[in-house]
Design a protein around this ligand. Structure first.
Ligand code: 5GP
Ligand code: MG
Length: 171
């Protein structure tokens, strides 16, 4: 891990609060869909910071497969079958936007499930890594091209419980 956190807990929580207020003012959504596992802490903090409380909250699990250089990697989803999105205005939340394959694939899937509108919010954004033409509607922090852990983000399921966000350096 880096010697100093990339983003400290105090700054994370301040930004989550301002982001929740920003989204609440801009978008009258009624449904939150969070992506497991990385976004579990962000979604929890975001929902508590969100001024509007008349929300439904769902979690689904997503992973993307295929060569990283392909323009459309397949996104595999678990848990979406039991979620009713018909006519819903959805806010899709993820921990980090990287290549863009996961969120761009999921927006299409949620619309196919009948969602009236789908907007996306990623707590972190690595713009240099994009492989598809996709941008989120809202993001917390833009960060440089480095692998980060903590605040729900893992390396091999470790580090999720650290409250700050750290850069992981290769050994
Ligand atoms: P993509 O945008 O490439 O489809 O994928 C985003 C997903 O890749 C995120 O939901 C996250 O699980 C994972 N990911 C991308 N960058 C990082 C990173 O720096 N650290 C961690 N822990 N996961 C990352
Ligand atoms: Mg993820």
């Amino acid at each position: 891990m880096s010697a100093e956190p990339l983003i400290k807990q105090e700054d994370i929580l301040k930004r989550v609060k301002s982001l929740a207020e920003e989204v609440a003012k801009d978008y009258e959504f009624d449904t939150v869909v969070g992506l497991l596992t990385g976004a579990f802490i962000f979604v929890s903090d975001f929902c508590r910071a969100m001024p509007r409380k008349d929300l439904r909250v769902h979690f689904i699990k997503a992973s993307s497969y295929g060569g990283s250089m392909q323009s459309s990697r397949e996104v595999k989803v678990k848990g979406l079958d039991s979620v009713n999105l018909e006519g819903k205005k959805v806010l899709l939340l993820d921990d980090i936007l990287d290549t863009g394959h996961t969120l761009s694939g999921l927006v299409k899937m949620l619309k196919e499930k009948g969602a009236q509108e789908v907007r996306t919010c990623a707590f972190l954004d690595k713009p240099e890594r994009r492989e598809v033409d996709f941008e989120v509607d809202y993001s917390g922090f833009k960060i440089p091209n480095a692998f980060v852990v903590g605040y729900g983000l893992d390396f091999d399921d470790d580090y999720r419980a650290y409250p700050d966000i750290w850069t992981l350096e290769e050994e």
